[in-house]
Design a protein around this ligand. Structure first.
Ligand code: ADP
Ligand code: MG
Length: 226
C-alpha cells in the first residue's frame, strides 16, 4: 500500500498573546490517502489556517508529528523541508498572492523552474493548465489586469503546476461572489482529480464542503473524524 499523503499525529500549536497562552491545536490526528479530497470545516478562528500552515511546512513551533508522503518533516532541516514543499505541495490562498510584476503564464512557470523543470516544458504545462481554466486569452495579463475569479484561476494553475501529491487550499474561493466561487471550486476539484492529487481544503462553507470526498471538522482544537 502506498503511504498516506498526510499523516498528523498529536499535532499541537499554541500562541502567546499578551501574557496569555492560546492553545489553537490540541492534538490533531489526520490521515489523508493519495488522491483523496478532504474538506477542513470550522468557523472563523477555529485554527484552519494554522493547521494548513503546519501541513505546508511553512512554519515551525508545532508539537506532534507531520508526515508528508511518507517523510517525517520534523526530521528534515530547513533546505530539505523547502525542497519537499516545492516538489510535493501546491498552495491556493484566499487572496491570490500572485507575483504582481509577472503575467499569468510566468506566475505558473516560475514554481516549475524552482524545481529544475526546463523552461519550454514549464511553459507548455502552464499554458495547458491556464487553457483548461479558460484563460487561454489571458496568458500575458498581469494579476492587476485580471478579474478576481481569473486571479484565483491563475492561483489554482500555479498550485497544480508541479503535479503535487498534495494541494492545500485555504478558503480558495472565499473572496469571490457565490456564483463565481461555485464555478472556480468546480474547476479546481476537477483539475485536482485529473492530476490525481490529494487536497485539504479549508472552508467555513458547508455547501462547498459537501462537494468533497470527506469532511473533517475542527472543534476546540481537535478534529472530529480524523
Ligand atoms: P481560521 O483560519 O480557522 O480562521 P486561524 O488558524 O487563523 O483560524 O486562527 C486560530 C486562532 O489562532 C485565532 O484565535 C487566532 O487569533 C490565533 N492565531 C493565529 N495565528 C496567530 C499568531 N501568529 N499569533 C497569535 N495568535 C494567532
Ligand atoms: Mg483562516
Amino acid at each position: 500500500m502506498s503511504n498516506p499523503v498526510i499523516r498528523l499525529t498529536g499535532l499541537t500549536r499554541s500562541f502567546q498573546q499578551g501574557g496569555e497562552v492560546i492553545e489553537v491545536l490540541r492534538g490533531v490526528n489526520l490521515t489523508v490517502a493519495p488522491g483523496e479530497i478532504v474538506a477542513l470545516l470550522g468557523p472563523s478562528g477555529s485554527g484552519k489556517s494554522t493547521l494548513l500552515q503546519a501541513v505546508g511546512l511553512l512554519e515551525g513551533g508545532f508539537g506532534g508529528t507531520i508526515e508528508i508522503d511518507g517523510t517525517d518533516a520534523s526530521a528534515l532541516d530547513g533546505d530539505n523541508r523547502t525542497t519537499l514543499r516545492r516538489e510535493k505541495v501546491g498552495f491556493v490562498y484566499q487572496f491570490h498572492h500572485l507575483l504582481p510584476d509577472f503575467n499569468a503564464l510566468e506566475n505558473v512557470v516560475i514554481p516549475q523552474l524552482l524545481i529544475g523543470t526546463e523552461s519550454s516544458q514549464a511553459e507548455a504545462r502552464a499554458s495547458e493548465l491556464l487553457g483548461a481554466l479558460g484563460l487561454a486569452e489571458r496568458l500575458t495579463h498581469r494579476p492587476s489586469q485580471l478579474s478576481g475569479g481569473e486571479q484565483q484561476r491563475v492561483a489554482v494553475a500555479r498550485a497544480l503546476a508541479n503535479k503535487p501529491v498534495l494541494v492545500l487550499a485555504d478558503e480558495p474561493t472565499g473572496n469571490l461572489d457565490e456564483q463565481t466561487a461555485d464555478k472556480v471550486l468546480g474547476e479546481f476539484l476537477s483539475l485536482v482529480r485529473n492530476a490525481g492529487s490529494a487536497a485539504l481544503v479549508a472552508t467555513h462553507n458547508e455547501r462547498l464542503a459537501a462537494r468533497m470526498d470527506r469532511v473533517v471538522r475542527l472543534h476546540e482544537g481537535v478534529l472530529d473524524r480524523p
